[in-house]
Ligand binder design. Structure first.
Ligand SMILES: Nc1ncnc2c1ncn2[C@@H]1O[C@H](COP(=O)(O)OP(=O)(O)OP(=O)(O)O)[C@@H](O)[C@H]1O
Length: 530
């Protein structure tokens, strides 16, 4: 037996080609769903993040029946991609415009490349991209593949035509082996849930069976786009500080570096930090030794008086739009939403928002319908391993007026952050970070209190209604007594008065009780006035 092992290295592209399940591509059904997701999320990032109302078109065609190869095409009206960036954006794993301190759906620089790798593993057509940046005079088209060994793009074809109609945006087509019948419910659910959280977007979806679904824009109100912000001192480690220093274009002193490159550090705080670390503020930051960087980062982590991380980098949906989306899709009897103040975990700002829809056309089921969102992405798979599900399960819904074991309720939770702690690169579930878990619980309890108030008012009203209904049966008796009293014994007058008083009493009660079927009650309680 040989004890020798052979050592080699893998390029990131080869790593994800070997382990496609890590990026959400374990089988053809999931691959089809994941491809739609990656393309739609890139399109939305190219629109709403830049203040553009999104128009998204999704078309899936079966182009090779024998081999079950589908073409997934997604077109947007976004900011487009500069032509010199297209090859790397689609052909180099871990290349992205999203590695900045700002909330976006994309985060890893992997999604679309994972789809291209999966595509390349199973068929030979390249990925096709057409794009035109805002104000560009030309529309650029590319056909690309990935050189898996080198993790570099291979340009199969590159063209451009003149842009006569002022088009801006991007259209991407990827050829992928798929399983439409299995993926179908998930893809429809994904689009529906995306629509709930982006009611300011318009979607058109054509599926491979030829069905076209139009999701109209419900509002022109677009959430405030996120701003890029400097890192918060709690959120950096020593390697990140080293990278920041290496990338510096200016020859800063340590003090200038602290003030200019971090949020929450001004003149006074910088002085305090320098004193605590024993480092000289006048020292050139590029000349700091490894030990000095360690000392600096230790002080940044320990210092307790920093302002909380800025929430300018975040973009919430807001209570109005959450309620609008839930109302439109579920037609519930009651809806409420809460968007909380920013909080932070490990130096990363985050905001939790939640909505509850109750009753109406929501189907009854053993468990509430839970809609999980992270940075406006709906999370569909791995529901039970998500921290949101855990919190929903822990809440005693009976305390909030849900008395039955059957639920007719939709619970929506949205976490936004510059860093979502996903459990995997497939972005389907959120890890249990204590601060986030606590905040999800507080948000859900706050919105559940609104539901409780509604349900208790509804219960009170129903009880009052029941009571008043019992009074209805006395109406003929009471009217008759009054009529006798008023008529001085005249028989004709008795029946005239009785019917007038009865009419008036029924009218008052029906108005008070909001009854639509008052005639039914009248028949029920009619007594012969003769
Ligand atoms: N429709 C589009 N419009 C504009 N830019 C796009 C579009 N699609 C892709 N891009 C660019 O390509 C880059 C790479 O996309 P990719 O899906 O690989 O990763 P990502 O979105 O950055 O991160 P993640 O892996 O988390 O999805 C994006 O960061 C973006 O700059």
């Amino acid at each position: 037996m040989s004890a020798k092992e052979k050592f080699t290295s893998l390029s990131p592209a080869e790593f994800f080609k070997r382990n496609p399940e890590l990026a959400g591509f374990p089988n053809p059904a999931r691959a089809l769903y994941q491809t739609v997701r990656e393309l739609v999320e890139n399109s939305l990032d190219a629109t709403d993040v830049h203040g553009i109302l999104p128009n998204i078109k999704i078309v899936i065609d079966l182009i090779d029946e024998n081999r079950q190869i589908y073409r997934v095409n997604v077109t947007d009206n976004g900011i487009g991609i500069p032509p010199h960036e297209v090859p790397n954006a689609f052909g180099k794993v871990l290349y992205s415009s999203k590695y900045v301190n700002r909330q976006t759906r994309g985060m890893y620089g992997l999604g679309v490349k994972a789809a291209v790798l999966y595509s390349q593993m199973h068929q030979d057509r390249p990925v096709e991209i057409e794009t035109s940046p805002i104000n560009s005079k030309r529309i650029y088209s590319f056909k690309l593949k990935i050189d898996i060994n080198k993790n570099e793009p291979i340009i199969v074809e590159r063209k451009s035509v003149s842009n006569n109609n002022g088009f801006h945006g991007t259209s991407v087509s990827i050829y992928i082996p798929g399983d439409w019948s299995k993926a179908k419910p998930r893809i429809y659910e994904y689009i529906r849930r995306t629509y709930i959280i982006t009611p300011y977007a318009e979607f058109i979806f054509k599926d491979p069976e030829g069905n076209v679904t139009y999701y109209p824009r419900l509002t022109n109100k677009i959430p405030k786009p996120p701003q890029e912000v400097k890192p918060h001192p709690y959120g950096v480690d020593r390697e990140e500080v080293k990278i920041m220093i290496n990338n510096l274009k200016k020859d800063y002193t340590l003090k200038e570096f602290l003030i200019n490159e971090f949020q929450s550090i001004g003149e006074t705080t910088a002085e305090k930090l320098l004193e605590l670390s024993g480092l000289k503020g006048s020292k050139k930051v590029k000349s700091l030794s490894e030990e000095e960087i360690t000392k600096l980062v230790e002080v940044l982590k320990k210092y307790e008086d920093f302002r909380a991380p800025s929430a300018d980098s975040l973009s919430v949906i807001g209570e109005d739009l959450i309620e609008l989306g839930l109302k439109k899709i579920f037609n519930p009897e009651f809806v409420a939403a809460v968007s909380r103040k920013p909080k932070a975990y490990q130096g990363h700002p985050f905001i939790v928002e939640a909505g509850i829809a109750y009753g109406g056309s929501i189907p009854v089921s053993e468990e509430p319908i839970v809609l999980r969102y992270a940075n406006k992405i709906p999370l569909i798979y791995d529901e039970k391993s998500d921290v949101i599900w855990k919190v929903v399960e822990e809440i005693e819904w009976k305390r909030y007026g849900i008395e039955s074991d059957q639920y007719q309720m939709v619970i929506m939770v949205h976490l936004c952050s510059t860093k979502i702690p996903y459990k995997s690169a497939g972005k389907e579930s959120i890890a249990e970070v204590e601060d986030i878990e606590k905040e999800i619980k507080n948000t859900l309890m706050e919105v559940a209190r609104k539901l409780k108030q509604y349900l208790s008012e509804k219960k009170k009203e129903e009880e009052a209604k029941k009571k008043l209904l019992t009074y209805l049966k006395y109406v003929p008796e009471v009217s008759r007594s009054f009529a006798v009293f008023l008529s001085n014994g005249s028989k004709e007058l008795i029946s005239k008065y009785q019917s007038e008083i009865e009419d008036e009493l029924f009218r008052i009660i029906s108005k008070k009780l909001n009854l639509t079927d008052i005639e039914e009650y009248r028949k029920m309680y009619k007594v012969d006035s003769e």
